[in-house]
Design a binder for this molecule. Structure first.
Ligand SMILES: Cc1cc2nc3c(=O)[nH]c(=O)nc-3n(C[C@H](O)[C@H](O)[C@H](O)COP(=O)(O)OP(=O)(O)OC[C@H]3O[C@@H](n4cnc5c(N)ncnc54)[C@H](O)[C@@H]3O)c2cc1C
Length: 325
């Protein structure tokens, strides 16, 4: 086995990347035959995707921390720039995406913990029928949420590191500030372990079977603190929009139209789920999550309207316009 060469990358310089070339290398079969691609590779990929989701949340957090510290320190027109609405809006949106993305990551990790815990037990003794059901349920939930957690957090890391530079102004473009490194490091998160487009492909079966709709409906049944009931009503209106366009695309029976709408349907599902998770967090601890919930609900509502309008404008006949491009 030889190393072709160490790659010259735009970011993640703390981790060298290289191509390995195997020539007449001895190989040993591990695991069972015919389970490689579906069982082992998918399990490996889902584990790695959860890791990238966590890496993305870390980049989002540091991007926010760096931007906030700079905005509190930097003065323009006699005041710290954090006091300008244009700046505090950027910062509060960064924080809201960070908290929503982290909630999605933790929820996914919780599902993985449950089913992996049951798999560990299964290695020592047979599971009861209830435990078997539980394992199946949480495995399915983890498989459905992993592409959302990876794709959305990767996109948020890119957006937050971009905004972190924006808060820094011209200084952010200089190599001495950490925000430019975060911007370069963030860029890989939406590419490796499956691009964001591939995450939407992984999410497609869960859109088609109505799994995301069921997850949202279950979350909507939760009790929220009275002060957040108006947000819960707005969140419900978002999922009505999601389900409406999902059903309208599905009803055409056109596979290419479904593929074309997939990224938008994926984001619609993700925004509905993240809003619900923040509602739950804010109900438990309003001081920690209340502000992020209010800001995220505004942001999510606008994103949902955008994707809803886009999908509504699509038709089987319109596909040709996209193909021309
Ligand atoms: C720094 C770095 C480290 C890496 N580390 C590893 C590693 O450790 N192990 C490893 O195996 N690989 C590794 N990779 C490879 C990495 O996983 C791939 O580059 C990545 O999955 C994208 O695949 P690709 O480069 O072949 O792009 P392509 O698949 O050629 O994609 C090009 C474009 O087409 C889109 N696209 C492709 N297929 C579809 C589809 N079916 N539907 C919709 N859109 C599609 C993509 O979204 C993208 O926009 C690494 C790459 C980098 C840059």
């Amino acid at each position: 086995m030889t190393v072709r060469h160490i790659e010259n990358k735009m970011g993640i310089h703390g981790s060298p990347t290289c191509e390995l070339v195997y020539k007449n290398a001895k190989a040993e079969l591990c695991g069972s035959r015919k389970r490689g691609l579906i069982k082992y590779v998918m399990a490996l990929m889902n584990g790695a995707r959860l890791g990238i989701a966590a890496q993305s949340v870390g980049i989002s957090q540091t991007s926010y921390d760096e931007a906030l510290a700079y905005a509190k320190d930097r003065k323009q027109f006699g005041t710290e720039i954090v006091n300008f609405p244009a700046v505090y809006e950027m910062l509060s949106t960064m924080k809201a995406k960070l908290d929503a993305g982290r909630a999605l990551l933790y929820e996914t990790a919780r599902y993985v913990d449950v089913y992996k815990g049951l798999e560990d037990i299964e290695r020592e003794r047979p599971l009861t029928p209830e435990e078997k059901q539980e394992l199946k349920k949480f495995d399915k939930l983890a498989t459905a949420l992993t592409p959302l957690a990876k794709g959305m957090n990767a996109e948020f890391a890119n957006q937050n590191s971009y905004d972190s530079i924006q808060v820094h102004g011209g200084s952010g473009y200089m190599l001495e500030y950490a925000c430019q490194r975060l911007y370069r490091d963030a860029r890989i998160t939406s590419i490796y372990e499956g691009t964001t487009q591939l995450q939407t492909v992984a999410a497609l079966p869960h859109l088609s079977t109505g799994e995301y709709s069921a997850i949202i409906a279950e979350l909507e049944a939760q009790t929220v603190a009275p002060e957040f009931e108006p947000i819960a009503a707005r969140a419900k209106a978002m999922s009505v929009k999601f389900n409406e366009v999902l059903e309208s695309v599905k009803s055409t029976g056109d596979k290419e139209l479904l593929d074309l709408a997939c990224r938008h349907l994926y984001e619609l599902a993700a925004y509905c789920i993240m809003t619900q998770l923040l509602l739950r967090d804010a109900t438990k601890n309003a001081e920690l999550f209340g502000k992020s919930l209010l800001v995220f609900a505004n942001y999510a509502e606008a994103e949902v309207a955008k994707h809803y309008n886009f999908v509504k404008s699509l038709s089987v006949e319109a596909i040709v316009n996209y193909k021309k491009a």
